[in-house]
Design a protein around this ligand. Structure first.
Ligand SMILES: Cc1ncc(COP(=O)(O)O)c(C=O)c1O
Length: 380
């Protein structure tokens, strides 16, 4: 049976993004050396690719730094089109996937409208929705033992009253992808319902921020579904989160509906140059994905040995479940005392009893395993 969708009240004050404490705050609060702090909360990578330092040192960019970046980000768009196997007119560049989500909201979500959010998922979908003055319609995912999969019937039903459906696969923070065929079937269902009702289908945003970790993408579905907007980023597998580059990929007519909302020059010239090079030489990204895969298994095994309950993951992070929200908070405290920053979930969140942990490098992960073992009373 499908759970009843939850509509958050139309906001007078829209939801806003919440960060964990900064390095400086953690250092001050727990008396640890700021240099020893490791961020397990951001799903980033321990090192940028070597080409970033090389290109910065060379100092030769698309255009002089005294000028604005090229208005069409042409070389970056061409590199992205080649990487993703799509036309240049099917790409829109943004300052990170987050700016793409914002632009999609501006293009497609009217005030008083509604967006469907299969929950739990990435927090920004609700933030963007409520900032547009639209209602966030939360539809619960299936439980952990069913892989946190989408409740397809409930999402499809809710999509009938919405302008946007926010999907994320592999999903943050549940760390798993949708079962094969699920999103395709959902798109077909949404299209059929819209045709039967004599209206256009909702825009379906498919956030593939973690797609490289599964070496799979549903980009081909855009051919039959002009309402599909796929989101990609340089922040995760490419290990370039600080450069802030993301992409919307959709049929040209859909990109043309988003493009008018694009601000001039939101992507720094340095970012344009480095991400173009990183896309054209994917070896470092592939090595990062391979590193994550082997380190993830080792990290998870270490945490399980320490007595923690680790869910399966196909991404660069793990979801760890505790007996209660209080136990999760105590574990977070134990990590923070050691200068290790986990992602926590607020009281009332469906994952308030969980922590999300980025897979970092071997030495950093070992520090966290040792802290977990000590917190659980084991010998670290
Ligand atoms: C699912 C998902 N989408 C988008 C983002 C933001 O990515 P970007 O750094 O490209 O803005 C994140 C970052 O954690 C994410 O997990």
């Amino acid at each position: 049976m499908s759970p009843t969708p939850v509509t958050y009240a139309l906001p007078t004050q829209p939801a806003s993004y919440t960060w964990e404490a900064t390095d400086e705050e953690v250092a001050a609060r727990y008396g640890v050396d700021p240099a020893s702090i490791v961020r397990f909360d951001l799903n980033t990578s321990p090192q940028p690719p070597e080409l970033a330092a090389r290109l910065l040192a060379a100092g030769r960019f698309e255009s002089p730094l005294s000028e604005y970046p090229p208005s069409d980000y042409r070389r970056l768009v061409e590199a992205a089109a080649a990487t993703y196997g799509v036309g240049a007119d099917e790409i829109l560049v943004g300052a990170g996937a987050d700016e793409i989500l914002d632009l999609v909201g501006k293009a497609f979500l009217p005030a008083g409208g509604a967006a469907v959010i299969p929950s739990p998922t990435y927090a920004m979908y609700r933030v963007v929705t409520e900032q547009r003055g639209a209602a966030a319609v939360a539809v619960s995912r299936l439980p952990a033992d069913e892989g946190w999969a989408l409740d397809l019937a409930a999402v499809r039903a809710a999509a009938g009253g919405a302008q946007v459906v926010w999907l994320c696969s592999p999903n943050n923070p549940t760390a798993l992808a949708e079962p094969p065929g699920a999103i395709s079937a959902l798109l077909d269902g949404i299209a059929a319902d819209a045709a039967a009702a004599g209206r256009g289908p909702a825009i379906v945003v498919l956030d593939e921020a973690y797609a490289e970790f599964v070496d799979a993408s549903l980009l081909p579905l855009r051919v039959d579904h002009p309402n599909l907007v796929v989101v990609r980023t340089a922040s995760k597998a490419y290990a370039l989160a600080g450069l802030r580059v993301g992409f919307a990929i959709a049929r040209p007519e859909t990109i043309a509906r988003i493009a008018p909302y694009r601000p001039p020059g939101s992507i720094a010239t340095t970012s344009v140059t480095i991400v173009t090079a990183a896309l054209l030489a994917p070896e470092a990204m592939l090595a990062n994905v391979a590193r994550v895969e082997s380190e993830r298994a080792r990290f998870a095994a270490g945490l399980v040995a320490a007595g923690w309950q680790v869910g399966p993951s196909v991404t660069n992070f793990l979801l760890v479940r505790f007996a209660s929200a209080e136990a999760a908070a105590a574990a977070a405290e134990a990590l923070l005392r050691n200068g290790l920053v986990p992602r926590t979930f607020a009281a009332g969140h469906p994952l308030a009893d969980s922590l999300r942990l980025t897979v970092r490098d071997r030495a950093e992960n070992d520090r966290l395993i040792a802290a977990a073992a000590a917190a659980a009373g084991g010998s670290a």
